[in-house]
Every structure is written in structure tokens, then in C-alpha cells.
Write a protein that binds this ligand. Structure first.
Ligand SMILES: CC/C=C\C=C\CC(=O)SCCNC(=O)CCNC(=O)[C@H](O)C(C)(C)COP(=O)(O)OP(=O)(O)OC[C@H]1O[C@@H](n2cnc3c(N)ncnc32)[C@H](O)[C@@H]1OP(=O)(O)O
Length: 719
């Protein structure tokens, strides 16, 4: 609702009330219309102030209403009637004004923001554009380049930046509503013509066509197929080149296309999925509202390789005291230098002071005796990790949480080495750990809810999107990656090239194709793991058994590449060639094409034409099938957990919502039918055999993804 009251004898105060963010749902919109009518028709009222309750102006349109029939007054006429009012209307912005919330403020004659408030037009992140005249008013107010930046990125800006841009008129340090009320009284009688933004001419831009051409080109390169950023540019262009009324019409047309697009649905799903995932739960019923964490003041990082360095930096930048331990002399010296550089660069970017004083370096494990939490990041070797956990258990004070950054190994085996296995959890960071947003928090059978709560809270403090998952090989992310990568290798054997496969995946929207990722992360990493698993045969093996291991189809292509010393970017040669070791510019390599031809000839394989569709179906459906197995096994609590992991950690295009949401969009019966088809053609690839949960969901009428958790409960009870 919106509450109306008369304050200071002459100011009509309209307070938006719709917790938690005062979104502009139908009831609020009705309330605003009624309140404005009261204020404008009351002769006692000389000016109007609009604010939000509980220190929050407005979070924008009610996203939950999208996809419904959206009854209630529309926003655009409401904002026009505010702007046309013959009494000054002032927005008092506390907390934040986002999307429709900021558009409401732009319909007012003046905007006063609290110094801690943030404002922005984040519609693009929901697959939309600011279509309540925001795309037309903002460029008229702050100019085209600044408006383009805000509207195409959706970034939230501080009140100080908003003031600098001319987006707000005043910043208040204390009671914003009181300040706004006094301000509103002070401007009574002043002409309002110059305050009605829709009357403004857009500030002229030299070479307007060139500017928009350049921006459009940049957006096309970076948007990975997302359509909303492009529509945002088109809408701002309309503001820059057309009269307000025509620009508004263009905004409406663009919005109509976006609103009904699958991309908007996917992005809105991601918005809510991220929030669902933050309310983690464990199969034993423990969850965020039953388990309290414990404050962490001091943490230790053990092992200062690439991951350990990034984790230490992330902790220090968040404000934790860190003890960074590395026992090998050379690694220790290199790490100290590297971490200092990372902190300096981070400080330069953020404008904050580099957190050097937060880190104490040591080569001695005794230095961690008083820490509250340890993150182990030593080499990915179970024997070594077990030894480290035994030592940690001896050295640390009782009650210290012991976390491992393993990306695949069984955390229960590490916990078994300690005196308090309930305090052991996985904290799987993604490289570079101080940059990447995702954190998989892995609970084993003995991890306590408190330990999970601590890791989730720590992740949140570090600005990570943390997802709690169960313990199995590869957890969620890497477990699903295996069948995807297997398919990519099999497709090479059958006639594809790395470029063909990567292009199909990148056109789909992945940040990088499978083979570019291999080259980036190093082919030798997987080779070492496969050797330990006894899968690698010298020369890739020979005869019929060369392409079968442990009874299932296996491609030795990755092993053979490693035997040739082609480890990827670091050696300047991998699935692509690079100018020099460490360079990132991947170029197709004729050597790889000859290598694949020789391999096929050796194994009697006849290359066939492989379509982009086959690449996508085989790689993605194999991955999705594993996702259903993960749900079936109870490793992830719901499809949202899997999707958020893939969007934030594996370069899955957000505008496609994550693998499970994508399956839901494609249609579960189609995914099932294609998997059945591929499984029949590849009986030696068990990961293509459709899993029970997928079959049961299809048999039960393919419920929408929002009903899967419920459906999973029924399936679990039948399995
Ligand atoms: C013709 C015109 C048609 C359409 C026009 C559309 C224009 C728009 O306005 S689209 C919406 C634009 N607004 C946003 O994108 C803002 C989204 N919200 C946020 O970014 C954040 O929630 C926040 C406002 C910055 C607050 O952040 P925080 O304090 O961290 O709280 P959260 O956990 O994110 O949210 C709390 C709670 O509120 C729900 N929520 C937030 N915003 C909306 C919203 N706009 N509509 C509906 N619900 C919203 C959020 O889901 C959380 O609820 P849970 O139940 O906990 O999930």
C-alpha cells in the first residue's frame, strides 16, 4: 500500500509500504494514484514528498507480478501525472531506488538521497529495459554517455556518484524525509517547467551515430547473445534522436519483445534462484534458520599455490586477519610477492588501502594455533591432504573450523583424520579465488550444520555466491563437467575440431568453449588425476581396448596431447596454438587437425560432419542428465543450486538460466527423447542413459521447474 499523511501543515507525504523492498505491486500502485489525487486536490497541500517505509525507497516493479496479468494502474501514466502536477513533488530516497523505483523518482520534480543510498536501473539484469520512461528520462537528465553506462550495465551507484551525475539534487547525511519535507516547502511557488524531465532536450552528443555504432559493437561482443543490452542501447538512441513521445513508443515496442522473451524469464529465474540458494538446507533438515554460525575473526590459509594466494587475498580484502602458511621456501617467497601485488592491484581498483597488514606469512604450522578457521589449499593429493588435516587437528585450538578447498576429493576422508570431524567442511573456491563469485560449500556425512552455517556466512561476507552441496566426487560443478567434457572428446573422435565445438558452445553463450577452457586450466591437471585413477595407458593404448576403460567408452586424446607436452596456454600449445607460453590468444592449430586425423586413422574411425546442434545436444544433455542424477542422489537440494553454480562458476550464460532451467525451457520430454537416442547409439556411455528422476518427471507430466523440489520428494520416496 501507500500511506498518505499531511505533515508540517502543508506537505503531502506519501509513504510506500510493501516490505521488504516496497516493490511497486498493484496495491502500491493503487495507493500512489489515490494519494497523489488527495495531495493535488487538497488546497492545504502546497508540495508533496514520496518516500518508502523502513529506510528503503523502492526496489522497483514487483518482479513476482511478471508473467501474471499485472492488474492495477500502469506505471507510465502514473509517473506522467506526478510530473505534470502543479505542486512540487520531491522523492526522498533512503536505502535504494532501483528500476521502477528510480523511474518513479525521475517522474518527481526533485530527488534527495541519503548519503548511504544507492540508485540504479538494473532492468537489463532481468532481461528488460527501464520501460516506465526511464530509458527516455535518464539520458535527458544526465546525458547520453552516462545514461548508456547505467542502463546497459544495470550497476547500482552511490548517492555521491548520483549527485555528481546530476541524477539527484541533494544528498542528506541524516533524516532524509525531514530534509525532503523542508526542501519541498522551500521550492513552493518556483516554476516547475524546468523540473519536468520529459520536456528536456537530450544534451547533444557529437557524432551521435558513431557513438551508438561503437557502443553497439562493444555490447554485441560482450553480451554473449543476451538481447536486453542491445534493446537498452536502441532505447537510449531513441531518446537521443527522437522527440520524447516517439522515444516512449520505441521503448514500449522494445519492452514488448523483451518482456515475453525466454531470456527475461531465465534472468528473472536466476534472480530468485540466487536468493533461494542463500537459504541453504541439508538433507537432515538443518537449514539457515535452525543453524547459527559463529563469528570468525582470524583465519589461516594452508598452501600458497594459485588457489591459496587468491583465498588469502579474498579474506584479507574482506577484513579478516589471515595467517598464510607455506612450507616450501621457493613457493613461500614467490607467494609473498604475488599476494602483495594482488593486494596492490585490488586496492587500485577499489580505491581502498591495500590490506597488507591483514596477512601474516609463516612457514610454520604452529603459527595457526589461535585461528578460528583454516582453509587448506595444498596440492590436490589425498595422502597429502590427510596428513595436513592430521596436523591441523593437532595444532589448532579445539573448535577451529577446518575447511578444504579440494575441487573433487572426498572431504569425509579428510574429516576422518581429525579429532572433531563435525567441524570439517569443503570450501571450494574457483580460480582466481579473489575474483570468481562462486563458492561451493560441501558438507560431508559428519559435517555439523554449524560448520556449514559458518562457511556459508564467511562466503557471504567475502561477497561470494555460496551454494551448500553434498559430498561426492566433483561435488556438483565438476561432477557435471565430466560427462560434458567426455562428449566433447568423443565428438573430436567422430569428426569435429576443437574450433567447431568451441564455436557452437560460445554461440550458445558460454564464456569459453570446452577446449579453450582446457587450454586455460592446463591439460596436465586432468592427466595427473586420470593417471592416479589408473586410466592412462602409454601411447593411449592400442587395439580395441584403447578407447574403453573400466568397461566404458574413454577417449585417450587428452592423454596423448599431454604426452606431446601440449599442456595448453602455459606451454604455448594445447588444443590451440599461442604466440608464446602464457599468451591467451587462441589460434587454430593445423598440427591438432593432423593429430586428430592420424588418431582417427589409427583407430579406424571415419570422420563425419557434426552440426552445432549435435554438439549442443550431446554436451549439454549429458551434463543435464548428470544434474538430474545429482538431484536424485540428494547432493543438491534443488535445481536452483545447480543452476547458480553453473552461472557463477562455469560460464553458463545467465540469460539461459542454468542447465536445469534450460532443460525445463527445452522441455523435459525432448531432453529425454534425445538422451534415449544418444544412449542407444552409444551403449558404452552410461552417462547418456537417462536417469530415473528425469524419466519420473516426464512420466508425471513434466512439472515446471518451480515444482521440481516437490516432485523430487515424491520420486525420492519411490526410488
Ligand atoms: C511497463 C513497465 C513494466 C515493468 C517495469 C519494470 C521495471 C522494474 O522495476 S524491474 C525491477 C527492477 N528492480 C530490481 O531489479 C531490484 C531487484 N532487487 C534487488 O536488487 C535487491 O533485492 C535490493 C533491492 C538491492 C535489496 O537487496 P537486499 O537487501 O540484499 O535484499 P534481497 O535479499 O535481494 O531481497 C529481499 C527480498 O525482496 C525480494 N525482492 C527484491 N526486489 C524485489 C522486486 N523488485 N520485486 C519483488 N521482490 C523483490 C527478494 O526476492 C527477497 O525476497 P525473498 O523472499 O527473500 O526472496
Amino acid at each position: 500500500m501507500a500511506q498518505y499523511s499531511l505533515v508540517s501543515g502543508s506537505v503531502g507525504l506519501i509513504t510506500l509500504k510493501n516490505p521488504p523492498v516496497n516493490a511497486l505491486g498493484a496495491v502500491v500502485r493503487h495507493g500512489i494514484v489515490d494519494s497523489v489525487e488527495k495531495a493535488l486536490s487538497d488546497p492545504k497541500v502546497k508540495s508533496v514528498v514520496i518516500c518508502g517505509q523502513n529506510g528503503m525507497f523502492c526496489g522497483g516493479a514487483d518482479i513476482k507480478e511478471f508473467g501474471t496479468d499485472m492488474k492495477g494502474p500502469p506505471l507510465i501514466p502514473m509517473f506522467h501525472s506526478l510530473e505534470a502536477a502543479n505542486k512540487p513533488v520531491v522523492a526522498a530516497i533512503e536505502g535504494g531506488a532501483f528500476g521502477g523505483g528510480l523511474e518513479l523518482a525521475l517522474g518527481c520534480h526533485y530527488r534527495i538521497a541519503h548519503s548511504k543510498a544507492k540508485v540504479g536501473l538494473p532492468e537489463v539484469t532481468l532481461g528488460l529495459l527501464p520501460a516506465a520512461a526511464g530509458s527516455q528520462r535518464l539520458p535527458r537528465l544526465i546525458g547520453v554517455p552516462a545514461a548508456l553506462n547505467l542502463i546497459t550495465t544495470g550497476r547500482h551507484i552511490t548517492a555521491a556518484e548520483a549527485l555528481q551525475l546530476g541524477l539527484v539534487d541533494q544528498v542528506a547525511d541524516h533524516n532524509t524525509v525531514d530534509t525532503a519535507v523542508k526542501f519541498a516547502q522551500s521550492v513552493v511557488g518556483k516554476s516547475l517547467d524546468s523540473r519536468r524531465i520529459s520536456n528536456f532536450q537530450c544534451p547533444p552528443v557529437p557524432n551521435v551515430d558513431v557513438l551508438f555504432e561503437e557502443v553497439m559493437q562493444k555490447i554485441r561482443q560482450t553480451s554473449r547473445g543476451a538481447i536486453a543490452p542491445i534493446a537498452c542501447v536502441q532505447a537510449v538512441r531513441a531518446a537521443a534522436t527522437l522527440p520524447y513521445k516517439d522515444g516512449l513508443q520505441k521503448e514500449k515496442e522494445l519492452m514488448a519483445t523483451l518482456f515475453t522473451s525466454g531470456q527475461a524469464r531465465s534472468l528473472q529465474y536466476c534472480f530468485f534462484a540466487q536468493r533461494v540458494v542463500s537459504r541453504w538446507s541439508m538433507p537432515n533438515g538443518a537449514s539457515w534458520d535452525t543453524s547459527k554460525g559463529r563469528p570468525i575473526h582470524k583465519a589461516a590459509v594452508i598452501g600458497l599455490g594459485t588457489m591459496g594466494r587468491g583465498i588469502a587475498v579474498a579474506l584479507a580484502q574482506t577484513g579478516f586477519s589471515v595467517v598464510a602458511v607455506e612450507t616450501q621456501e621457493k613457493q613461500f617467497m614467490d607467494a609473498k610477492k604475488a599476494v602483495a601485488g594482488m593486494l596492490e592491484r585490488g586496492a587500485k581498483r577499489s580505491g581502498k588501502v591495500a590490506a597488507h597488514d591483514k596477512i601474516i606469512y609463516s612457514q610454520n604450522l604452529q603459527a595457526i594455533a589461535d585461528v578460528d578457521l583454516v582453509i587448506e589449499a595444498v596440492f590436490e593429493d589425498m595422502a597429502l591432504k590427510k596428513r595436513v588435516f592430521r596436523q591441523l587437528s593437532d595444532v589448532c585450538k579445539p573448535g577451529t573450523f577446518l575447511c578444504t578447498n579440494t575441487s573433487t576429493l572426498d572431504i569425509d576422508q579428510m574429516a576422518a583424520e581429525t579429532r572433531q570431524p563435525e567441524l570439517v567442511v569443503g570450501m571450494h573456491f574457483f580460480a582466481p579465488a579473489h575474483v570468481m563469485k562462486l563458492l561451493e560449500v560441501v558438507y560431508g556425512p559428519r559435517s555439523s550444520p554449524e560448520a556449514v552455517a559458518v562457511a556459508m556466512q564467511l562466503g557471504k561476507k567475502m561477497g561470494k555466491v555460496s551454494v551448500a552441496v553434498g559430498n561426492c566426487r566433483g561435488f556438483v560443478g565438476n561432477r557435471m563437467l565430466k560427462p560434458y567434457r567426455d562428449q566433447a572428446y568423443f565428438l573430436l573422435e567422430e569428426g569435429a575440431t576443437p574450433e567447431l565445438i568451441d564455436q557452437a558452445l560460445e554461440e550458445f553463450g558460454f564464456a569459453m568453449g570446452a577446449f579453450k577452457v582446457y587450454d586455460l586450466s592446463g591439460l596436465d591437471v586432468g592427466w595427473k588425476v586420470r593417471k592416479e585413477e589408473g586410466l592412462v595407458l602409454p601411447g593411449g593404448g592400442s587395439g580395441k581396448s584403447a578407447r574403453i576403460r573400466q568397461g566404458v567408452r574413454y577417449s585417450p586424446l587428452g592423454d596423448l596431447m599431454c604426452e606431446e607436452g601440449r599442456f595448453g596456454q602455459k606451454t604455448g600449445r594445447g588444443w590451440y596454438q599461442y604466440d608464446k607460453p602464457g599468451s591467451r590468444d587462441a589460434k587454430p592449430d593445423p598440427w591438432v587437425h593432423r593429430f586428430l586425423e592420424d588418431y582417427r586413422a589409427r583407430h579406424g574411425l571415419v570422420a563425419r560432419r557434426i552440426s552445432n546442434q549435435e554438439v549442443l545436444e550431446r554436451c549439454l544433455y549429458a551434463m543435464i542428465n548428470e544434474g538430474f542424477r545429482i538431484l536424485e542422489d540428494g547432493i543438491a537440494a534443488g535445481p536452483e543450486d545447480i543452476d547458480i553454480i553453473y552461472v557463477f562458476g562455469y560460464g553458463w550464460p545467465r540469460h539461459r538460466g542454468g542447465p536445469m532451467f534450460y532443460a525445463n525451457m527445452v522441455g523435459l520430454p525432448i531432453v529425454l527423447e534425445r538422451l534415449e537416442h544418444f544412449a542407444q547409439a552409444n551403449p558404452d556411455v552410461p552417462t547418456l542413459q537417462p536417469c530415473n528422476l528425469l524419466r519420473k518427471l516426464v512420466a508425471s507430466g513434466s512439472p515446471p521447474i518451480s515444482k521440481w523440489r516437490e516432485a523430487m520428494k515424491n520420486v525420492h520416496s519411490q526410488l
